[in-house]
Design a protein around this ligand. Structure first.
Ligand code: PMT
Length: 400
Protein backbone atom coordinates (compact mmCIF):
# COMPACT_ATOMS: atom_id res chain seq x y z
CA UNK A 1 0.00 0.00 0.00
CA UNK A 2 1.41 3.40 -0.82
CA UNK A 3 1.13 6.40 1.43
CA UNK A 4 -0.67 9.63 2.00
CA UNK A 5 2.41 11.41 3.29
CA UNK A 6 1.80 15.15 3.53
CA UNK A 7 -1.64 14.78 1.95
CA UNK A 8 -4.41 16.97 3.31
CA UNK A 9 -7.67 15.16 3.74
CA UNK A 10 -11.02 16.58 4.73
CA UNK A 11 -13.17 13.81 6.20
CA UNK A 12 -16.88 14.58 6.02
CA UNK A 13 -18.91 12.60 8.54
CA UNK A 14 -22.65 12.53 7.91
CA UNK A 15 -25.65 11.05 9.71
CA UNK A 16 -25.37 7.29 9.74
CA UNK A 17 -24.86 4.91 12.63
CA UNK A 18 -21.53 4.06 10.95
CA UNK A 19 -20.32 7.55 11.97
CA UNK A 20 -19.05 5.88 15.15
CA UNK A 21 -16.27 4.43 12.93
CA UNK A 22 -15.11 7.92 11.85
CA UNK A 23 -12.34 8.19 14.51
CA UNK A 24 -10.92 4.90 13.19
CA UNK A 25 -11.00 6.27 9.63
CA UNK A 26 -9.08 9.34 10.82
CA UNK A 27 -6.49 7.02 12.43
CA UNK A 28 -6.09 4.90 9.34
CA UNK A 29 -5.59 7.97 7.15
CA UNK A 30 -3.04 9.35 9.63
CA UNK A 31 -1.23 5.99 9.69
CA UNK A 32 -0.58 6.54 5.98
CA UNK A 33 0.79 10.02 6.67
CA UNK A 34 -2.25 12.25 6.04
CA UNK A 35 -3.16 15.43 7.90
CA UNK A 36 -6.91 15.09 8.52
CA UNK A 37 -9.54 17.76 9.23
CA UNK A 38 -13.05 16.65 10.01
CA UNK A 39 -16.36 18.24 9.07
CA UNK A 40 -19.26 16.62 10.86
CA UNK A 41 -22.87 17.30 9.82
CA UNK A 42 -25.68 17.76 12.33
CA UNK A 43 -26.75 14.20 11.56
CA UNK A 44 -23.23 12.91 12.07
CA UNK A 45 -23.06 14.58 15.50
CA UNK A 46 -25.93 12.33 16.62
CA UNK A 47 -23.65 9.30 16.26
CA UNK A 48 -20.10 10.43 17.07
CA UNK A 49 -18.69 12.99 19.46
CA UNK A 50 -16.82 16.02 18.16
CA UNK A 51 -14.45 15.65 21.09
CA UNK A 52 -13.29 12.17 19.92
CA UNK A 53 -12.82 13.40 16.37
CA UNK A 54 -10.93 16.47 17.57
CA UNK A 55 -8.67 14.48 19.90
CA UNK A 56 -7.78 11.94 17.26
CA UNK A 57 -7.44 14.29 14.31
CA UNK A 58 -5.52 16.82 16.46
CA UNK A 59 -7.40 19.51 14.53
CA UNK A 60 -10.49 21.57 15.25
CA UNK A 61 -13.63 19.78 14.07
CA UNK A 62 -15.83 21.90 11.81
CA UNK A 63 -19.62 21.81 11.76
CA UNK A 64 -21.24 25.19 11.43
CA UNK A 65 -21.28 27.13 8.16
CA UNK A 66 -22.12 30.29 10.10
CA UNK A 67 -19.51 29.94 12.89
CA UNK A 68 -17.90 33.43 12.94
CA UNK A 69 -14.81 32.24 14.75
CA UNK A 70 -14.29 29.35 12.32
CA UNK A 71 -14.79 31.69 9.35
CA UNK A 72 -12.02 33.92 10.71
CA UNK A 73 -9.52 31.06 11.13
CA UNK A 74 -10.47 28.48 8.50
CA UNK A 75 -13.63 29.29 6.62
CA UNK A 76 -15.40 27.05 4.16
CA UNK A 77 -13.47 28.33 1.15
CA UNK A 78 -10.17 27.87 2.92
CA UNK A 79 -11.04 24.32 3.92
CA UNK A 80 -12.12 23.62 0.34
CA UNK A 81 -8.78 24.96 -0.97
CA UNK A 82 -6.73 23.26 1.75
CA UNK A 83 -7.89 19.76 0.83
CA UNK A 84 -6.10 17.40 -1.54
CA UNK A 85 -9.00 14.98 -1.13
CA UNK A 86 -12.44 15.20 0.46
CA UNK A 87 -13.79 11.87 1.67
CA UNK A 88 -17.35 11.60 2.95
CA UNK A 89 -17.48 8.52 5.18
CA UNK A 90 -20.06 7.59 6.09
CA UNK A 91 -22.10 9.25 3.35
CA UNK A 92 -25.77 9.08 4.31
CA UNK A 93 -28.61 8.81 1.78
CA UNK A 94 -29.54 12.43 2.52
CA UNK A 95 -25.98 13.74 2.01
CA UNK A 96 -25.69 11.81 -1.26
CA UNK A 97 -28.96 13.32 -2.51
CA UNK A 98 -27.75 16.81 -1.52
CA UNK A 99 -24.53 16.35 -3.51
CA UNK A 100 -26.56 15.37 -6.57
CA UNK A 101 -28.55 18.60 -6.37
CA UNK A 102 -25.58 20.84 -5.58
CA UNK A 103 -27.19 21.99 -2.33
CA UNK A 104 -25.13 24.25 -0.10
CA UNK A 105 -27.16 24.40 3.10
CA UNK A 106 -24.50 23.20 5.52
CA UNK A 107 -20.71 23.31 5.82
CA UNK A 108 -20.01 19.91 4.24
CA UNK A 109 -22.18 20.42 1.14
CA UNK A 110 -20.77 23.94 0.71
CA UNK A 111 -17.18 22.70 0.90
CA UNK A 112 -18.00 20.00 -1.67
CA UNK A 113 -19.22 22.65 -4.10
CA UNK A 114 -16.26 24.93 -3.44
CA UNK A 115 -13.44 22.40 -3.69
CA UNK A 116 -11.29 21.45 -6.64
CA UNK A 117 -10.02 18.45 -4.69
CA UNK A 118 -10.83 14.86 -5.58
CA UNK A 119 -14.04 13.72 -3.86
CA UNK A 120 -14.66 10.19 -2.59
CA UNK A 121 -17.80 8.98 -0.85
CA UNK A 122 -18.35 5.86 1.20
CA UNK A 123 -22.12 5.26 1.41
CA UNK A 124 -23.52 3.63 4.56
CA UNK A 125 -27.21 2.97 5.10
CA UNK A 126 -29.88 0.32 5.46
CA UNK A 127 -29.75 -2.30 2.68
CA UNK A 128 -33.24 -1.41 1.42
CA UNK A 129 -32.31 2.27 1.19
CA UNK A 130 -29.10 1.36 -0.63
CA UNK A 131 -31.04 -0.81 -3.07
CA UNK A 132 -33.61 1.95 -3.80
CA UNK A 133 -33.62 3.07 -7.43
CA UNK A 134 -33.29 6.74 -6.36
CA UNK A 135 -30.03 5.81 -4.61
CA UNK A 136 -28.75 3.89 -7.64
CA UNK A 137 -29.52 6.88 -9.88
CA UNK A 138 -27.88 9.28 -7.43
CA UNK A 139 -24.69 7.23 -7.18
CA UNK A 140 -24.59 6.84 -10.96
CA UNK A 141 -24.86 10.62 -11.36
CA UNK A 142 -22.07 11.30 -8.84
CA UNK A 143 -19.85 8.70 -10.51
CA UNK A 144 -20.46 10.35 -13.87
CA UNK A 145 -19.31 13.65 -12.32
CA UNK A 146 -15.99 12.05 -11.36
CA UNK A 147 -16.73 11.33 -7.71
CA UNK A 148 -15.25 8.01 -6.54
CA UNK A 149 -17.67 5.69 -4.77
CA UNK A 150 -16.16 3.44 -2.11
CA UNK A 151 -18.59 0.55 -2.25
CA UNK A 152 -20.27 -0.54 0.96
CA UNK A 153 -19.92 -4.07 2.28
CA UNK A 154 -22.49 -6.84 2.63
CA UNK A 155 -23.47 -8.25 6.04
CA UNK A 156 -25.35 -7.71 9.30
CA UNK A 157 -26.60 -4.19 9.78
CA UNK A 158 -27.20 -2.21 12.98
CA UNK A 159 -30.97 -2.22 12.25
CA UNK A 160 -31.03 -6.04 12.19
CA UNK A 161 -31.23 -6.38 8.39
CA UNK A 162 -28.69 -8.29 6.39
CA UNK A 163 -27.56 -6.95 3.02
CA UNK A 164 -25.45 -4.41 1.17
CA UNK A 165 -24.99 -1.02 2.85
CA UNK A 166 -22.40 -1.46 5.61
CA UNK A 167 -19.71 1.22 5.59
CA UNK A 168 -16.51 -0.04 3.91
CA UNK A 169 -13.80 -0.92 6.43
CA UNK A 170 -11.77 2.14 7.59
CA UNK A 171 -8.52 0.54 6.39
CA UNK A 172 -10.03 0.02 2.91
CA UNK A 173 -11.23 3.64 2.81
CA UNK A 174 -7.71 4.82 3.68
CA UNK A 175 -6.04 2.56 1.14
CA UNK A 176 -8.44 3.62 -1.64
CA UNK A 177 -7.56 7.24 -0.84
CA UNK A 178 -3.84 6.37 -1.00
CA UNK A 179 -4.33 4.74 -4.40
CA UNK A 180 -5.30 8.15 -5.78
CA UNK A 181 -1.73 9.26 -5.37
CA UNK A 182 0.10 6.31 -6.86
CA UNK A 183 1.20 6.42 -10.44
CA UNK A 184 3.47 4.37 -12.58
CA UNK A 185 5.41 7.37 -13.86
CA UNK A 186 8.68 6.04 -12.46
CA UNK A 187 7.76 2.41 -12.10
CA UNK A 188 10.81 0.17 -12.51
CA UNK A 189 13.14 3.17 -12.15
CA UNK A 190 15.80 3.70 -9.47
CA UNK A 191 16.25 7.15 -8.00
CA UNK A 192 19.05 8.43 -5.77
CA UNK A 193 18.48 11.70 -3.87
CA UNK A 194 20.84 13.65 -1.62
CA UNK A 195 19.23 15.94 0.94
CA UNK A 196 19.87 18.00 4.03
CA UNK A 197 22.99 19.90 4.98
CA UNK A 198 26.49 18.58 5.51
CA UNK A 199 28.50 19.26 8.67
CA UNK A 200 32.20 20.01 8.38
CA UNK A 201 34.00 19.40 11.66
CA UNK A 202 36.24 22.06 13.21
CA UNK A 203 36.90 20.11 16.40
CA UNK A 204 35.01 17.37 18.29
CA UNK A 205 32.16 19.75 19.21
CA UNK A 206 32.03 22.40 16.50
CA UNK A 207 31.20 22.29 12.83
CA UNK A 208 30.36 24.45 9.81
CA UNK A 209 26.92 23.78 8.33
CA UNK A 210 23.83 25.46 6.86
CA UNK A 211 20.08 25.77 7.42
CA UNK A 212 18.88 23.00 5.10
CA UNK A 213 16.01 21.15 6.76
CA UNK A 214 15.75 18.29 4.25
CA UNK A 215 12.09 19.18 3.53
CA UNK A 216 12.55 19.71 -0.22
CA UNK A 217 14.55 16.50 -0.66
CA UNK A 218 12.11 14.48 1.43
CA UNK A 219 9.18 15.85 -0.59
CA UNK A 220 10.97 14.68 -3.74
CA UNK A 221 11.48 11.29 -2.10
CA UNK A 222 7.74 10.99 -1.36
CA UNK A 223 6.94 12.02 -4.93
CA UNK A 224 9.35 9.45 -6.41
CA UNK A 225 8.01 6.67 -4.20
CA UNK A 226 4.44 7.59 -5.11
CA UNK A 227 5.47 7.46 -8.75
CA UNK A 228 6.69 3.89 -8.24
CA UNK A 229 10.47 4.42 -8.09
CA UNK A 230 12.85 2.42 -5.90
CA UNK A 231 14.24 5.36 -3.97
CA UNK A 232 17.50 5.67 -2.05
CA UNK A 233 18.25 8.71 0.09
CA UNK A 234 21.67 9.96 1.13
CA UNK A 235 20.72 12.07 4.10
CA UNK A 236 22.82 14.76 5.75
CA UNK A 237 21.63 16.79 8.72
CA UNK A 238 17.85 17.27 8.63
CA UNK A 239 15.10 18.43 10.98
CA UNK A 240 12.27 16.21 9.72
CA UNK A 241 11.25 12.57 9.93
CA UNK A 242 12.85 10.01 7.65
CA UNK A 243 10.74 8.44 4.89
CA UNK A 244 10.27 4.83 5.96
CA UNK A 245 9.64 3.54 2.45
CA UNK A 246 13.05 4.60 1.10
CA UNK A 247 16.46 3.05 1.59
CA UNK A 248 18.28 5.48 3.87
CA UNK A 249 22.00 6.14 4.16
CA UNK A 250 22.91 8.77 6.73
CA UNK A 251 26.07 10.81 6.40
CA UNK A 252 27.61 13.79 8.14
CA UNK A 253 30.24 15.50 6.00
CA UNK A 254 30.41 16.36 2.29
CA UNK A 255 33.18 13.80 1.84
CA UNK A 256 31.00 11.08 3.42
CA UNK A 257 28.14 12.15 1.13
CA UNK A 258 30.48 11.91 -1.87
CA UNK A 259 31.57 8.38 -0.87
CA UNK A 260 27.97 7.24 -0.26
CA UNK A 261 26.75 8.63 -3.59
CA UNK A 262 29.58 7.00 -5.52
CA UNK A 263 28.84 3.66 -3.85
CA UNK A 264 25.14 3.85 -4.82
CA UNK A 265 25.29 5.48 -8.24
CA UNK A 266 25.59 2.33 -10.39
CA UNK A 267 22.34 1.41 -12.13
CA UNK A 268 20.47 4.51 -10.91
CA UNK A 269 18.16 6.04 -13.52
CA UNK A 270 17.84 9.44 -11.87
CA UNK A 271 20.13 11.34 -9.50
CA UNK A 272 18.71 14.41 -7.74
CA UNK A 273 21.26 16.47 -5.84
CA UNK A 274 19.08 18.43 -3.43
CA UNK A 275 21.54 18.50 -0.53
CA UNK A 276 23.09 21.75 0.58
CA UNK A 277 26.65 20.48 0.42
CA UNK A 278 29.37 22.55 2.08
CA UNK A 279 31.73 23.82 -0.60
CA UNK A 280 34.60 24.04 1.89
CA UNK A 281 35.79 22.23 5.02
CA UNK A 282 38.41 23.13 7.62
CA UNK A 283 41.85 22.02 6.40
CA UNK A 284 42.70 20.75 9.87
CA UNK A 285 40.22 19.17 12.28
CA UNK A 286 41.45 19.60 15.83
CA UNK A 287 41.47 16.35 17.82
CA UNK A 288 40.69 18.24 21.02
CA UNK A 289 38.19 21.00 21.70
CA UNK A 290 39.79 24.28 20.65
CA UNK A 291 40.35 26.60 23.63
CA UNK A 292 39.12 30.17 23.45
CA UNK A 293 42.41 31.67 24.67
CA UNK A 294 42.85 34.06 21.75
CA UNK A 295 40.76 37.12 20.84
CA UNK A 296 40.45 35.88 17.28
CA UNK A 297 41.19 32.79 15.29
CA UNK A 298 41.50 31.84 11.66
CA UNK A 299 40.26 28.60 10.16
CA UNK A 300 41.79 27.66 6.84
CA UNK A 301 39.23 26.08 4.54
CA UNK A 302 39.81 23.78 1.61
CA UNK A 303 37.44 22.84 -1.23
CA UNK A 304 35.18 19.82 -0.95
CA UNK A 305 34.69 17.64 -4.00
CA UNK A 306 31.67 18.57 -6.08
CA UNK A 307 29.42 15.51 -5.86
CA UNK A 308 27.00 16.51 -8.61
CA UNK A 309 29.74 17.49 -11.05
CA UNK A 310 31.56 14.21 -10.33
CA UNK A 311 28.44 12.14 -11.07
CA UNK A 312 27.91 14.09 -14.28
CA UNK A 313 31.44 13.10 -15.37
CA UNK A 314 30.77 9.36 -15.01
CA UNK A 315 30.79 7.38 -18.27
CA UNK A 316 27.61 5.53 -17.35
CA UNK A 317 25.65 8.26 -15.65
CA UNK A 318 21.98 8.59 -14.70
CA UNK A 319 19.87 11.62 -15.59
CA UNK A 320 21.45 14.20 -13.27
CA UNK A 321 19.43 16.98 -11.66
CA UNK A 322 21.03 19.70 -9.57
CA UNK A 323 19.56 22.41 -7.42
CA UNK A 324 20.70 26.02 -7.39
CA UNK A 325 20.11 27.96 -4.21
CA UNK A 326 20.44 31.58 -5.25
CA UNK A 327 20.01 34.98 -3.63
CA UNK A 328 20.65 37.15 -6.73
CA UNK A 329 20.93 36.94 -10.54
CA UNK A 330 18.95 33.77 -10.16
CA UNK A 331 18.42 32.60 -13.73
CA UNK A 332 21.92 33.58 -14.91
CA UNK A 333 23.61 31.83 -11.97
CA UNK A 334 21.46 28.74 -12.36
CA UNK A 335 22.23 28.53 -16.09
CA UNK A 336 25.94 28.84 -15.30
CA UNK A 337 25.65 25.91 -12.90
CA UNK A 338 23.83 23.85 -15.54
CA UNK A 339 26.72 24.39 -17.96
CA UNK A 340 29.58 24.16 -15.44
CA UNK A 341 28.36 20.98 -13.74
CA UNK A 342 27.09 19.51 -17.05
CA UNK A 343 23.89 18.23 -15.51
CA UNK A 344 20.66 17.56 -17.40
CA UNK A 345 18.60 20.11 -15.48
CA UNK A 346 18.88 22.58 -12.63
CA UNK A 347 16.08 23.39 -10.25
CA UNK A 348 16.47 26.98 -9.22
CA UNK A 349 15.12 28.20 -5.91
CA UNK A 350 15.33 31.67 -4.46
CA UNK A 351 16.70 31.42 -0.93
CA UNK A 352 16.63 35.16 -0.25
CA UNK A 353 12.97 34.91 0.77
CA UNK A 354 12.15 33.37 4.14
CA UNK A 355 8.76 31.92 3.15
CA UNK A 356 10.17 29.74 0.34
CA UNK A 357 13.31 27.68 -0.25
CA UNK A 358 15.71 27.04 2.58
CA UNK A 359 14.07 25.65 5.73
CA UNK A 360 10.61 26.78 4.56
CA UNK A 361 7.49 24.64 4.07
CA UNK A 362 6.83 26.08 0.61
CA UNK A 363 8.88 26.60 -2.48
CA UNK A 364 8.70 28.21 -5.90
CA UNK A 365 11.17 26.96 -8.47
CA UNK A 366 12.28 27.13 -12.08
CA UNK A 367 13.19 23.93 -13.88
CA UNK A 368 15.99 24.84 -16.25
CA UNK A 369 17.20 22.58 -19.05
CA UNK A 370 19.41 23.42 -22.04
CA UNK A 371 16.35 24.23 -24.13
CA UNK A 372 13.82 25.75 -21.80
CA UNK A 373 12.94 27.23 -18.44
CA UNK A 374 9.65 26.31 -16.78
CA UNK A 375 8.29 27.96 -13.66
CA UNK A 376 6.59 25.94 -10.93
CA UNK A 377 4.44 28.32 -8.92
CA UNK A 378 4.66 28.72 -5.15
CA UNK A 379 3.08 25.83 -3.27
CA UNK A 380 3.83 23.32 -0.53
CA UNK A 381 7.14 21.55 -1.11
CA UNK A 382 5.19 18.32 -1.63
CA UNK A 383 3.12 19.74 -4.50
CA UNK A 384 6.19 21.41 -6.00
CA UNK A 385 8.07 18.09 -5.76
CA UNK A 386 5.25 16.22 -7.52
CA UNK A 387 5.25 18.80 -10.32
CA UNK A 388 9.05 18.56 -10.62
CA UNK A 389 8.83 14.76 -10.95
CA UNK A 390 6.06 15.04 -13.57
CA UNK A 391 8.18 17.45 -15.60
CA UNK A 392 11.36 15.38 -15.24
CA UNK A 393 9.49 12.30 -16.47
CA UNK A 394 8.11 14.23 -19.44
CA UNK A 395 11.49 15.75 -20.28
CA UNK A 396 13.76 12.75 -19.81
CA UNK A 397 11.85 9.47 -19.65
CA UNK A 398 8.83 10.01 -21.92
CA UNK A 399 9.83 12.88 -24.24
CA UNK A 400 7.07 13.48 -26.81
O1 PMT B 1 16.39 21.35 2.83
P1 PMT B 1 15.39 22.49 2.70
O2 PMT B 1 15.33 23.34 3.95
O3 PMT B 1 14.06 22.01 2.24
O4 PMT B 1 15.94 23.48 1.59
C1 PMT B 1 16.05 23.03 0.28
C2 PMT B 1 17.29 23.61 -0.42
C3 PMT B 1 17.13 25.13 -0.53
C4 PMT B 1 18.56 23.28 0.36
C5 PMT B 1 17.35 22.92 -1.82
O5 PMT B 1 16.16 23.23 -2.51
C6 PMT B 1 18.57 23.40 -2.61
O6 PMT B 1 18.56 24.42 -3.26
N1 PMT B 1 19.68 22.60 -2.54
C7 PMT B 1 20.94 22.90 -3.14
C8 PMT B 1 21.67 23.90 -2.28
C9 PMT B 1 23.07 24.17 -2.82
O7 PMT B 1 24.01 23.69 -2.26
O8 PMT B 1 23.07 24.84 -3.90
P2 PMT B 1 24.43 25.22 -4.68
O9 PMT B 1 24.01 26.22 -5.64
O10 PMT B 1 25.49 25.60 -3.72
O11 PMT B 1 24.89 23.86 -5.38
C10 PMT B 1 24.48 23.51 -6.69
C11 PMT B 1 24.31 22.03 -6.82
O12 PMT B 1 25.54 21.34 -6.63
C12 PMT B 1 23.34 21.43 -5.83
O13 PMT B 1 22.59 20.44 -6.50
C13 PMT B 1 24.23 20.79 -4.78
O14 PMT B 1 23.60 19.67 -4.16
C14 PMT B 1 25.42 20.37 -5.61
N2 PMT B 1 26.72 20.35 -4.88
C15 PMT B 1 27.24 21.50 -4.36
C16 PMT B 1 28.47 21.46 -3.75
C17 PMT B 1 29.16 20.22 -3.66
N3 PMT B 1 30.35 20.14 -3.06
N4 PMT B 1 28.63 19.12 -4.19
C18 PMT B 1 27.42 19.15 -4.79
O15 PMT B 1 26.93 18.13 -5.26
Amino acid sequence: MSGLTNKRIVLGVSGSIAAYKAPDIVRRLQDLGADVRVIVTDGGREFVSERSLQTISKNKVHNNLWDKEAELSMGHIEIAKWADVVIIAPASANTIAKLCHGRADDLLSTVILATEAKIMIAPAMNQQMFAASAMKDNLGLLKARGIDIINPGFGDQACGDVGEGRLAEPIDIASQAAELFTSSLLSGKKVLITLGGTREAIDPVRFISNHSSGKMGMALAHACIQAGAKTTLIVGSISIELEKRAEIIQVISAEEMYQAVMKQIDNQDLFISCAAVADFRPKKVSKNKIKKDNQSMTIELIRNRDILASVCQLKKKPICIGFAAETENHIINANNKLIKKQCDAIILNDISQTEIGLNADENEVHLITKNRTEKIEKNTKQIVAEKIIDKLVNNFFNPS
